[in-house]
Structure formats: structure tokens, C-alpha cells
Ligand binder design. Structure first.
Ligand code: ADP
Ligand code: MG
Length: 588
């Protein structure tokens, strides 16, 4: 649902655009002091720009009528120079201020989007790769900050100039002023109209870039597998396809969005210049205007041309940024995970109950059906079953990552649907075969940056998993950065388990946590687990049956149902049980 294809189908209406600005305003409002300063600087710069042609007019008329002496002309030349300097100095301040307002306000938007993304139900993260997310959180929003720092400045700055020019021309000759005003209104309506075409083209181009980034990120992560399987060539071909997609959409965007706008703006200014010079020439012939004033009209026509062309340039950024914004708002519009209720889980190990639980990732295709299970407090349940049987889904139901379509999951007698997500996450710890280590110290990886974890707690957890000696051998002990020391998969797994023990959760779930380990490391992990899980309620989803040697109960899952459930000691010796058969076959 995050793909550009989808995004492109959204219609672009005038109301959507107005909504965009209303959406952005709160982010800019916080910068109102800087914005005010920016406005004042822009007014100054506009004044300096508009005053210059008047100085030149004085000069021309003075020379033509022979009334300009040396002192007078020196004064005018100096004034002209000072005005020019002031204009450039103020523009520099203007650019700096605009950049700072743009980054400060869009950084807040970035924070909001990232926060929102992390609160989204996990399935959204499965529909887009991390690369796409990066492009969403940073790429699209950077376009917005560019929009503000350049486009808004241009628009407001040029509008000030245009208003100034029109006022000045009315004061010179109302006919010329009126001509400019009419031409300008026609021009603005025309450019708005042309610009509308470009917007859709830019959405397509942003989508293609996001897909390209996603592809690269995914391939880079899978480099090891790709090389091992000899699939690098195929991956590179895929890259070419993505490149072609970017090129095609970019080309379209450039043609429709930019060239057309540029061409129409140029044509328009040429027309206005001709009309204005014609009219001014006529008035000069009638003796109504001096030659200096004809120059003034010409200079102002040129000052109108620049805003219009720059405006059309900026429209390209505007289209891109608005396309980015609508994609950003799509993320913010995705509903976040329900925060759950206010029921509180009691402390200590809990019994866990599944009561008629049915769930499917798509409701119409249940993946687990009518599960009933009672796991007494402090006991360990082993779960076995074929790949795809629904074991991991059971783990997700227990940890609240997915919610039952029917039935209830109870921990300590409390329906998990009534517990807040935060409390539930704190009470249930899950370790899977994918361990994610941050590029931080071993300590921070274990405590997850929680400063309340004491060294004693940390030491006890490491001791329980037999890691004390290992930490002692690290170059800087607990302060060794993960990137400094090549961590084996087994060590990473053990660190993940340490995380769990420190949190002291009411329920521990291991979902094939040792599946990627070599048999030797797996045995070490199993040995470490035994004391670590003692007295805790735990669910161990087993990849090798040996992992289940010490569990209390065993559940066999097949096609989303629990087909066998009982004490391990009984099942293993009951020749009629599936579990005993599995043990005999020596695999699952
Ligand atoms: N995120 C998901 N979206 C859609 N279907 C899924 C998802 N995860 C798992 N499934 C499907 O649910 C079924 C059970 O998967 P899972 O619980 O992971 O099985 P197991 O852990 O026993 O191998 C499988 O058919 C799988 O394809
Ligand atoms: Mg699984």
C-alpha cells in the first residue's frame, strides 16, 4: 500500500492542495519569529530592487535635458551602487533564514513520520522495504524543505516585486499599470493551469525512485545469499529494470512538468514586453512620458520576466514537493496500531490461555483455527509442527503483534485485547532467529539504552546465560562496540536472550531462536536456556526436537490447529502419539 502506483491514482484537486498547506502550517507556526524576520528582510530586498530603475531614470532624464551636474551624477551612481549591494546582502540573509526555517520545521515532520511509522502495525512494514521507508521519511520530506527554502522565498519575494512594479507603474501612467495588471492575471492563471499537468507526472517519478531505493537496499542486505546462489547477475538485471523505470518517469516529468511551463512563461513575457514598450513608445510620442520613464517601463517589464520564469522553475520543485507531501500524508493517514485498553497485568509468571482463537492475515483465509490451550504459570510449552503450520502466528498472537479474529488470548486471566500495547510488550518477550543488534556497545544492546538497568542486573543476566567469561574477553568488556568485534550468530542470539532476561517478562517466547545456529552452538544455547527459563512461563517453538528435552508440555500444530497437546513425558513414551513418532523419525 505504499507503492507509487497506488499513490499515483489519488486525484489532485484544488481542495487537496489547500489541505496540504493547512497540514503544513502547524509545523511552520513554531518558527513564527524567524518567519517574521524573514518577511522584513524580504521587504527590504524588494525595496532595494524596485528603487534601482528610478535612479537610472533620474540619470537618463538628467542627461537628456542637460540638467545633471557632476555632483548630481556622482550621487546617483553611488546610490545605485549602494542599492545593488543592499540587495545582494539582504538576499544572502534571506536565503540563510529561509533554509533554517525550512529545516527546523521539516525536521519536526520527519520526527512525526518516523514515530508514526514505528507505531504502525507490522504488516505495513512487510509491504514496503526499509529502503522505501527511508525514501519516505527523508527523501520526500527533503523535497518539502527545499520547497520552502527556495519556492516560498521565490513566490513571496517575486510577488512583492510584482506588486511593487504594478504600483510604481500606476503612479507613472495608469494605462501602462492597467496593461501590466491584466497581463499578469492572465499569465498567473495560465501557469497554474499548465502546472496542474506536471503534478501527476512527478508523483510517478517519486514512486519510481522509492522502488529503486528499496530494490538496492534489499539486494545489499541479501548480498551473501545472492553470491552463494550465483544470483548476482540476476540482481543486476533487476537494477537495470528499476533504472529504466526511473528514467522513463523522470523524462515524462521533465517534459510535461518543466519544459511546457518554461516555454509558456517565456512566450508570455515576450508578449508583455512588446505590448508595454509599444504603449510606452506611443505615450512618449504624445509627449506624456520622458525617455527616462520609457526606460523605467522597460526595466520593470524585465523585472516581471524574471519572476515569471523563476516561478515556472520553482513550479517544478513545487510539483515534486507536493507529490512528496501527498505520499508523506499517506503514511500519516495509515491508522496506527490500536493502543489497547487499560487493564493491568498482575506481576510474576502468568498462566497463558488461548480460548477458541481463530486468526487469518486475510480474514477470509484463517491461518490458525479454533485454538484452545492452557499453559500453567511457570511452565514451558514446546510447539512443533511443519513449516507453515502456523507456529509463528501463534507466537504473534501471544505477543499481541496480531489480534485474534475470534476468541481470546489471556495472560494471567486478563484478555490481552484489554491491555495497553506498551504493557503487553513489556510483559511478553519474543526472540526469533533474526537478531537485530544496534551499532552500539554490548551494554546498550542488552539494556536497549535503558539507564535504569544496574550493572548487577546485567551481570546476573549474563551469568545466567554463561556469557560472563565471553564478555571478559571482549577488548573493552561491556563497552565494546558491536562493530568492533565480529559477533557470531550464537553470540548474537545469546545477547538477545540476555535482553529478555533483563526485562524479566511474564512470558517468554522463543520462535525457532536457534534455527540458524550450528549444532554445537545450539547445544550451548539450549544448555543456557534451561536455567534461564526455570520458573518462567515460556513457549519454545522448536526447530530441532532436542530443544524440547526439558519442556513441560508439548503441542503439535498442523494446518493451523493444535492436533496434540500433553505433558512431554507422557507423549514421548506414548507409541500412538505424533510426538513420539516424530522423536523416532528424529526430525520434525
Ligand atoms: N505476514 C503474513 N502475511 C500473510 N500470510 C502470512 C504471514 N505470515 C505467515 N503467513 C502465512 O500463514 C501461514 C502460517 O505461517 P507461520 O505461522 O509463519 O508458520 P510456521 O511458523 O509454522 O512456519 C503460512 O501459510 C504463511 O504463508
Ligand atoms: Mg515460523
Amino acid at each position: 500500500m505504499l507503492t507509487g502506483e497506488n499513490a499515483r491514482t489519488t486525484t489532485t484537486t484544488a481542495t487537496a492542495r489547500r489541505g496540504d498547506w493547512r497540514f503544513l502550517w502547524p509545523y511552520f507556526r513554531r518558527e513564527s519569529r524567524r518567519l517574521g524576520l524573514l518577511g522584513a528582510v524580504m521587504l527590504g530586498a524588494t525595496g532595494a530592487t524596485l528603487a534601482s530603475p528610478f535612479v537610472v531614470r533620474e540619470f537618463i532624464d538628467g542627461v537628456v535635458t542637460g540638467t545633471l551636474d557632476v555632483a548630481g551624477s556622482t550621487r546617483l551612481v553611488l546610490l545605485f551602487g549602494v542599492l545593488g549591494l543592499a540587495r545582494y546582502a539582504l538576499s544572502a540573509v534571506e536565503a540563510g533564514l529561509a533554509e533554517s526555517v525550512a529545516w527546523r520545521s521539516t525536521n519536526r515532520l520527519r520526527e512525526d513520520v518516523l514515530q508514526h511509522a514505528m507505531d504502525l502495525p507490522l504488516e505495513h512494514h512487510h509491504t514496503a522495504t526499509p529502503g522505501e521507508w527511508v525514501e519516505r521519511v527523508d527523501g520526500d520530506i527533503s523535497l518539502l524543505s527545499n520547497l520552502f527554502s527556495r519556492f516560498v522565498i521565490t513566490i513571496v519575494g517575486e510577488l512583492l516585486i510584482v506588486v511593487g512594479v504594478i504600483t510604481a507603474l500606476f503612479s507613472v501612467d495608469w494605462r501602462i499599470g492597467l496593461l501590466f495588471l491584466v497581463c499578469l492575471l492572465v499569465g498567473l492563471v495560465g501557469i497554474r493551469w499548465v502546472a496542474g499537468w506536471g503534478r501527476d507526472a512527478y508523483r510517478g517519478s517519486r514512486g519510481a525512485v522509492a522502488r529503486f531505493m528499496g530494490y538496492v537496499e534489499e539486494r545489499l542486505r541479501g548480498t551473501e545469499d545472492l553470491q552463494a546462489l550465483g544470483a548476482v547477475g540476476h540482481a543486476m538485471e533487476g537494477l537495470t529494470d528499476r533504472h529504466r523505470g526511473v528514467l522513463r518517469t523522470d523524462l515524462r516529468a521533465a517534459l510535461v512538468g518543466s519544459s511546457l511551463v518554461w516555454a509558456s512563461a517565456s512566450l508570455f513575457t515576450a508578449l508583455v514586453t512588446a505590448l508595454a514598450l509599444g504603449l510606452a513608445g506611443l505615450r512618449f510620442g504624445q509627449g506624456a512620458l520622458t525617455i527616462g520613464t520609457v526606460y523605467l517601463v522597460f526595466a520593470f517589464t524585465q523585472q516581471l520576466q524574471e519572476p515569471l520564469i523563476r516561478l515556472s522553475h520553482q513550479l517544478q520543485d513545487y510539483q515534486r514537493a507536493m507529490a512528496g507531501l501527498s505520499r508523506t500524508r499517506e503514511i500519516l493517514d495509515l491508522p496506527v496500531e490500536p493502543r489497547g485498553g487499560t487493564a493491568v497485568l498482575p506481576d510474576g509468571p502468568h498462566d497463558v490461555t488461548l480460548d477458541g482463537v481463530t486468526f487469518g492475515y486475510a480474514r477470509e483465509h484463517p491461518v490458525v483455527t479454533d485454538l484452545d490451550l492452557e499453559l500453567p504459570a511457570g511452565q514451558t510449552l514446546g510447539v512443533v509442527g511443519r513449516t507453515g503450520a502456523g507456529k509463528s502466528t501463534v507466537a504473534k498472537l501471544l505477543s499481541g503483534l496480531v489480534r485474534p479474529d475470534a476468541g481470546a488470548v489471556r495472560i494471567g486471566g486478563v484478555d490481552t485485547a484489554d491491555v495497553s500495547v506498551t504493557d503487553l510488550r513489556a510483559a511478553v518477550a519474543v526472540v526469533t532467529q533474526d537478531v537485530f543488534l544496534l551499532d552500539a556497545s554490548v551494554r546498550d544492546n542488552v539494556t536497549l539504552m535503558d539507564p535504569d538497568v544496574s550493572d548487577e542486573q546485567l551481570g546476573a543476566a549474563l551469568e545466567a546465560l554463561g556469557l560472563t567469561e565471553w564478555v571478559g574477553r571482549l577488548p573493552h568488556g561491556l563497552d565494546t562496540r558491536v562493530s568492533e568485534h565480529v559477533m557470531s550468530a550464537g553470540e548474537a542470539q545469546l545477547l538477545a536472550l540476555t535482553r529478555v532476561l533483563i526485562r524479566d517478562p511474564a512470558l517468554v517466547i522463543l520462535d525457532e531462536a536457534s534455527a540458524r545456529l550450528d549444532p554445537e552452538t545450539e547445544r550451548r544455547l539450549d544448555a543456557a536456556l534451561r536455567p534461564a527459563l526455570a520458573g518462567r512461563t515460556a513457549v519454545v517453538i522448536a526447530h530441532r526436537l532436542a530443544t524440547l528435552d526439558s519442556v513441560d508440555l508439548v503441542a503439535v500444530v498442523d494446518e493451523g490447529r493444535i492436533v496434540e497437546l500433553g505433558p512431554r513425558d507422557q507423549l514421548s513414551v506414548d507409541p500412538g502419539s505424533r510426538f513420539a513418532t516424530m522423536l523416532q523419525q528424529g526430525g520434525s
